[in-house]
Design a protein around this ligand. Structure first.
Ligand code: ASP
Length: 368
């Protein structure tokens, strides 16, 4: 059926996760159901005014098992079905949803239709489940239009009454029903009595990309993610970075991007950089980002060739690195792409006009 009819057509891509799980009578553990059983628990689907079709992973999985091959499968399904549907909802476990939504945002360039991830903290078959509301609202947002155009034209996550940009999300809580947050970018939609659309926060692909969506399935996995901590044995870091296949490193630093002033750390990073390892600096903090202008302790990292990741989440930085390393081997181009705002994953750097902040007295602060 073609897109554009009054009744919107949405494809649900069911991958697994708690949303579609039931408790196994023998082991007591949660195990995945297939989508026909999931949808039986949402009778409201018949009255939502949306035509829903579903495809499912052959074996629905717990999202802890998600790997780049699953991202490829979701992205390829979206591309193959692009002309037949008005939007897509991906039912996915919450544990790695932020990674998958980030990865998909890089794999799908120039999207003009919504790809909305959702799931739940409680299985859909139990009385207090958050799964029914999440699924129904995600479907309605995938079908939502503004002035005849899809309102959402990006990879997003619907959770806890909010629609977020997918590559800005992070799973913050294993307990709260608001498990996913967007620490550094406002929500795209707040679902109250009505959907309150925050139009300025929505992503629109650059005009030059109007040739239609492009699929990039390449993901290099020769990457590492290393958080710094006080007392960290630098010798261990040196050995870890000695892995000869290593192509990229996400370094999770303190505060606004700071690291110990250790000569061994400096030498280790320099050597890795000289070997062609792309290194990117993200903060360990839950909110905010890396401001390399502020403290002398972050100047050292820049001097070793570490790229400031600005306010990217770790999930976005890691999947962006996997994506960019698969696009090119040219170090200059890698740096350019890692620094650029490809899919709204970072807040571009703007030099503030006002007085500087912090001990270094620098004036370069990120714009909002
Ligand atoms: N372990 C589950 C998963 O990520 C948790 C959830 O869905 O909330 O698949």
């Amino acid at each position: 059926m073609s897109a554009g009819h009054d009744m919107k057509s949405i494809l649900v891509i069911y991958t697994g996760g708690t949303v579609g799980m039931v408790r196994d009578k023998v082991s007591g553990a949660l195990v995945p159901l297939d989508f026909s059983q999931v949808s039986k628990h949402v009778p409201e689907l018949d009255h939502a005014g949306i035509r829903v079709e579903a495809v499912s992973f052959d074996t629905p999985i717990d999202s802890s098992d998600v790997a780049p091959k699953h991202w490829r499968s979701i992205a390829s399904t979206v591309m193959e079905c692009m002309d037949r549907f008005d939007g897509f909802v991906v039912l996915h476990g919450t544990d790695t949803m932020a990674y998958s939504a980030s990865a998909l945002s890089f794999m799908l360039e120039g999207l003009r239709k919504p790809v909305i991830f959702t799931g739940s903290q409680l299985p859909i078959g139990i009385p207090r489940t958050d799964g029914r509301e999440n699924l129904l609202s995600a479907l309605m947002l995938a079908a939502h239009t503004t002035d005849g155009e899809p309102t959402v034209q990006e990879v997003a996550v619907y959770f806890g009454n909010h629609l977020f940009r997918g590559n800005r999300t992070h799973k913050e809580s294993a307990q709260s029903l608001n498990a996913l947050i967007s620490p550094n970018h406002p929500s795209l939609v707040e679902a109250g009595v009505e959907f309150q659309i925050n139009h300025p926060s929505l992503w629109r692909p650059p005009v030059a990309a109007s040739s239609g969506p492009k699929l990039h399935v390449g993901m290099r996995t020769e990457v590492a993610w290393v958080p710094l901590f006080p007392g960290m044995p630098m010798d261990w870091l040196r050995r870890a970075l000695d892995w000869e296949d290593l192509r990229g490193l996400v370094l999770a630093t303190f505060g606004s991007g700071n690291a110990p002033t250790s000569q061994l750390l400096k030498d280790t990073l320099r050597e890795a950089g000289d070997r062609g390892v792309t290194m990117i600096n993200v903060t360990q903090c839950g909110h905010g980002g890396v401001h390399p202008e502020l403290y002398a302790t972050s100047h050292m990292l820049a001097g070793c060739g570490v790229i400031p990741g600005r306010d990217m989440t770790t999930e976005a930085a890691l999947t962006k690195l996997m994506h960019v390393l698969a696009q090119t081997d040219d170090p200059g181009r890698i740096r350019e792409l890692m620094t650029a705002n490809l899919r709204g994953e970072l807040t571009p750097h703007r030099v503030a006009q006002t007085q500087g902040h912090g001990p270094a007295g620098a004036a370069g602060l990120e714009g909002a």
